[in-house]
Every structure is written in C-alpha cells, then in structure tokens.
Design a protein around this ligand. Structure first.
Ligand code: BGC
Ligand code: BGC
Length: 647
C-alpha cells in the first residue's frame, strides 16, 4: 500500500513539473513523506467510490463516544456558541420558525450555514453537519421566497404531480440558502379541524394524505440535475404518529387544547387510519421522520418503543433516522436523565435540543457510561445519521452550489405557485351564477381584513413561527391581483373598512369581501369556536348595503363558521392560506381557469358539530349534517345547492 502511494506521488510530482506549475516546490521530498496507516485507511470513508455501507462502517469505527453523541445532537442556530460545533462535534443545526439571519437574503443565509459547516469540518474527522428548516409551504423563513399554498390547499387540489413540482421548487429555494433538510411534509390524517395545525395537513382522508405525502417526499429527495448523490435534499414526514388525532382538551402543553394532546384510539384504528402515509413515505425513500409531541393512550410518542422501533424501523422497514421534535424529549418525565434514556432507547436518533445542548450531551455520556443506553443503540443511531449524510453527498459537497440562488422567486416558481393557488380554491356557493366575474363590469367594491394582506394569505410559518399580519414579504395581494385582472374601464374601489363613504346611495355591481383567520401556528391556533371576527362578519353585512352581488373569499387555515355571513352572500370561495400569488385567485374568479378544488376536510355548520372526521365522510345530511361534506366543491355551470337555515 505504502509503495503504491509513494509511486503515485512521484508520478504526480513529475506531472506537475511537466506542466511547468509552481506547485512541485511545495511538495515535500519523497523520502520524508511518511504515510501513516490511519491516513491510508481514511480513504475508505472519504472515498466516493466505496459503498455507503463501507464508508459508514469505516467512519463509525473511528469515532469516540463524544463524537457519536455530537452527531446525535441538533441545536438551534441562535443558541449554539461560537466554537461549540467543533468542541462538541455537533451533528446538526436548525432554524426554528422565524430563524433567519439578521440580513434575510439567500446570500446571508448561505454564508451563515457555511460558517457553521466550516466549524463542523474543522473537527478531526471532518464530518459535515446537516442544517434543517421548516420549509412547509415554500421556504417560509426566507424573505421574498416563493410561498405556496399550505398543505390544506394542496389537499383541495389533490394533484400529486403539482405537489411534486412544489416539493422540488421548495428544495431549490432551500438549497439556495445552503440548507438540504426540510422538516416537511406533515402527513397527519387530521381528525379535528379545531387543531391549530389543520392547514399543515393535506386532508382528513387517509388516501389523499398518503398519495400527496408520498409525492412530496419522493420529489424533495430526487437528485438535482447534474449532482451525483442518491438524495437531492431530505424530506421529513411528521409527526409520527397521531399528531392530528388527539382528543380536544387532552393537551398538557402551555395553554394548548388539542395540539400535543393524547390520541385515544386502538391499534387497529392507528394502523388503518394513520399509518398508510408513513408506509408510503418509507417506500418512497423517506430517510428522516419526526416524532410527535403528542401521546398515545397517555404515553408520550417519544417514549413509544413499540411504535418508533418495532413498528416504524422494524415492520415498516425505515432505514433513516428519527428526529425528535423541539425540546420534546423533556416532556417525557420530570427527571431529565430518565427522559433522555427513555427517548433514545425508544428509538430517537437525532435530538432536537434547541437550547441546552451541553446538558443533553452530559446526560448522554452519563447514560452510556452507566449502561442505561446500550452501545449498540448508540451506534445504530449514529449509523443512521451518517448514512443520510453520505446519501446526501455532504462529504463531497458540504455546501450546495450557489447556482440555486437564482431560483428564489424565479418566474418558473411564481408560475407554479400561481397555478397551485388556482387549483386549490374551492367554490362553496354560487347563487345565480354570480361567478365568474366579468372583467369589464362597471364597478367593483373591495373590502375586508384579507383583501390587502399578504401576511394573512400566507398564514403561519411565514417569516415568523406565528406568521405576521400585513404586507411584509414580496407577493401579490388579492387587491393587486384584481387591479391587474380587470379591464381599463372597470372602476375598482378599495376600502379596508368597507365604509365606502363616497358611494352613498349608489350601488355597485359587484362587492368582494376578503375575510378569514389571522395567522397562527401550532397550539396557539387551537380554537373551539372557529368563529369569524365580528369585524369580518360586519364587513360582509356592510357590503350588502353597497353592492348588488356580494362575493366572499375566505382566507383561512381551516373551515370556519359561516352562519353569520351566509344570508348576505351570493358566492363564497374557500381560498385557504394560499401563499404569495394572489393572481391565482383572480385567474379563477374571472373565469380564465375553472374551479377544480374539492374540500379536503368536512365543513361544519358550527363548532357544535365537532369533531367531524373521517367517520363522517358521506353520512349525515340536513341540519344534523355538515354545511358542506368532504369532497364537496362546485364547478362553473353547476347550480349552487340550497343552504338550509338551521338553528
Ligand atoms: C414543530 C415541528 C417543527 C419544529 C422545528 C416544532 O415545534 O412541532 O413541526 O419542525 O418545531 O421548528
Ligand atoms: C420556534 C418554533 C418551534 C416552537 C416550539 C418556537 O419558538 O420558533 O420553531 O416550533 O418554538 O414551541
């Protein structure tokens, strides 16, 4: 081996001098060139031509306990102290909701991630770290990114091909910022729309979630053109399992009501209703899955060995790593040592310990020394993490090509987002063929909290964890989109408050009111009433006084109670949290494109009917039943159904 390398070096030196390069002067004299055996072996894990398994084996065999524990540790980017990535061999860094660098541009993100990566590469073994982010509807933390409809809208569109394109585009905009790992998609089969994360899920229907989730995973991970690595980026189906199937009032977290609560179903239901999206994701090559904050029959999911290890890794054949949710292992037991031991032994591999990572690392060391966490479990966890890093090509390319920066808000991505908006809208009512609107109608009045509010139309997980109200990121509001769509002779009058003082006594042909929910995320959005604000209801009543026909666009993360506005409307459109591209709304409103979206969740008359869930698909009619059943959605030319007035 040694002679072979020396021979190669001689050949190299000769080649370089033949080229007239200055380099040979920097090459050590051949005789003094000692090639230690360790360096020769180092070629195995650094050698691209070796199999991934061989590289993992080789690397694992070189690692100290500290290096292994470091690989299992994921820290929030503002909490990691300078130098600590190298010192503790940290394996992963994340941005939480809103976790952008102070200058929120792709270049500044890239530089930030690169800085962390350099610290990881400065460790003796030079294992690259993996940076993760919630790009759950486009890269929402990045200012002026392309923001797509939240998953609820994609569930309404129910088009796996469309989801595939969105997953790819999102991966590109992440790679533009140096990030290969997306904590997405949510594949919860949501059983109660009072949950504050309803919009993050595709549907209450297992089949829809399964097919769209599979597409999202597969297409996130498809290798990028011209890059030779098995995985293009990393998707993360979440949250395993039952996050959307918990019981109202069972949450013990913060002042949440259902988020992070307890799922009270039997195993047969779990398998039939909630498991298929995970099986499909694993079959599609999912290599990271996030455990759920929630519990099953009183036991935290992060402590469920039967589900994490036996079911997911064993029965389903999941070969990747399980990442814990934000500080979720802390919730297992008041005793932190017990929490850590339980989580790791249950099957958690990568630990999202956003803040106190030193405490986690010390606890891990203690637990391994005491034999409470077996060496094999530790090695298994590290092996899974390394496998993913090799498959992502991080050892060859610790940072993605800067060329992706050109993709952020590219024409192509904007067109895709606009198409997705059009496909995600659901036409709920349309009396007397009010829609489509004529682009040359005389006067349109426009009002409502969501008419000129990109923050509301994008929803939670946009710029901030909870989202932001108002116009804070590039995009087209509904107001702007209408202005662009109508003919030169159409008068568009916008008044956010809906007072239209100058319109006294004059009635417009068309009034459009955009109302709905202000942004929220996670348990902060748990709501038992699903009521529209008084102001929103009032703006619809006011419009009735000023316009012959009233069209309401509901911008919301889930079905809301429409009883207060129904009598004052001619047409209602559910637009969900559709993202930055308002022109996708007007494309359909003015008839350039058809309505094709169908309700991915049953729409209740009032919160008294809740929960309405998969069990209610297709049954219950009249006042007992929902306002609109699952799968409902009108098309142009179809008569609007009669809406019963129910007490
Ligand atoms: C959420 C996850 C998210 C994580 C990181 C948690 O609170 O439950 O869905 O991936 O935070 O932001
Ligand atoms: C973070 C989120 C995280 C949440 C968990 C927030 O501060 O920004 O990413 O999901 O905390 O509670």
């Amino acid at each position: 081996m040694k002679t072979k390398i020396v021979g190669l070096l001689i050949a190299l030196a000769m080649f370089l001098s033949a080229c007239g390069s200055a380099v040979p002067t920097t090459i050590a004299p051949i005789e003094t060139f000692v090639v230690p055996t360790a360096t020769a072996d180092a070629d195995v894990y650094k050698d691209e031509s070796q199999t991934v398994d061989a590289r993992v084996d080789d690397l694992l065999a070189r690692m100290t306990l500290e290096e292994k524990i470091g690989q299992m540790t994921q820290v929030e980017k503002d909490s990691i102290k300078p130098g600590d990535i190298t010192k503790y061999f940290i394996g992963s860094i994340l941005s939480g909701g809103g976790g952008s660098p102070s200058e929120n541009t792709p270049a500044a993100w890239y530089e930030m991630v690169n800085g962390f990566q350099d610290e990881a590469l400065a460790t003796p073994l030079g294992i690259p770290l993996i940076y993760g982010v919630d790009a759950v509807h486009g890269h929402g933390n990045l200012l002026d990114a392309t923001i797509f409809p939240h998953n609820i809208g994609l569930g309404a569109a129910n088009d796996p091909e469309l989801v595939c394109h969105i997953a790819k585009a999102t991966a590109e905009e992440m790679l533009a910022t140096g990030i290969p790992w997306n904590f997405s998609p949510v594949v919860a089969v949501i059983q109660d729309v009072r949950w504050g994360r309803t919009y993050e899920g595709f549907s209450e229907n297992t089949d829809i979630v399964t097919s769209l989730g599979e597409s999202y995973v597969r297409c996130t991970q498809t290798p990028q053109e011209g890059v030779e690595a098995p995985l293009g980026a990393l998707a993360t189906p979440k949250h395993f399992i039952g996050d959307g199937a918990t019981a109202w009032g069972s949450s013990r977290a913060n002042d949440y009501k259902i988020d992070q609560g307890d799922m009270q179903v039997d195993e047969a239901t779990l398998r039939e209703l909630l498991l298929p999206p995970y099986q499909a994701a694993v079959d599609a090559g999912a290599m990271s899955i996030m455990a759920s904050f929630s519990s099953w029959n009183g036991t935290k999911m992060h402590a469920q060995k039967g589900l994490l290890t036996d079911l997911l890794k064993g029965e389903l054949g999941f070969k990747g790593f399980i990442v814990s949710d934000w500080q979720a292992i802390d919730q297992i037991d008041p005793d932190y040592y017990k929490s850590v031991v339980t989580a790791i032994n249950a099957g958690v591999d990568m630990n999202m310990v956003p803040y106190d990572y030193v405490k986690f690392i010390d606890t891990m060391k203690q637990a391994v020394a005491a034999g409470d966490i077996p060496q094999e479990r530790l090695d298994d966890a590290v092996r899974r993490i390394l496998l993913v890093k090799f498959e992502l090509g991080l050892f060859e390319h610790p940072m993605p090509d800067v060329k992706y920066q050109e993709t952020v808000r590219s024409e192509e991505h904007l067109a895709l987002a606009r198409e997705a908006v059009s496909k995600s809208l659901v036409l709920l009512t349309n009396q007397n063929e009010t829609l489509p609107l004529d682009k040359n109608v005389g006067t349109i009045l426009l009002s409502g909290s969501g008419a000129d509010n990109i923050g509301m139309q994008t929803g939670g997980w946009t710029l901030q964890w909870q989202g932001v109200n108002g116009n804070n990121t590039e995009g087209t509001s509904i107001h702007e989109a209408i202005q662009q769509a109508v003919g030169a002779n159409t008068k568009l009058i916008y008044d956010a408050e809906g007072l239209f003082k100058d319109q006294e006594g004059i009635r417009a042909d068309i009034g459009i009111v955009v109302i709905g929910e202000e942004p929220y995320a996670e348990g902060v959005g748990d709501s038992d009433k699903l009521l529209l604000s008084f102001k929103d209801v009032d703006s619809v009543s006011k419009m009735r006084e000023h316009a012959n026909k009233v069209v309401v666009i509901v911008v919301s993360g889930r079905p809301v109670n429409l009883s207060g506005i129904l009598p004052n409307t001619d047409a209602i459109v559910a637009a969900w949290c559709f993202g930055t591209e308002g022109a996708g709304v007007t494309d359909v409103l003015f008839g350039d494109k058809p309505f094709t979206g169908k309700l991915p969740y049953t729409w209740p008359r009032s919160a008294n009917q809740l929960p309405l869930n998969s069990n209610n698909i297709g049954d219950r009619t009249g006042c007992e039943g929902p306002l609109f059943p699952f799968g409902y959605g009108l098309t142009y030319g179809e008569p609007s159904p009669e809406i019963l007035e129910c007490k």
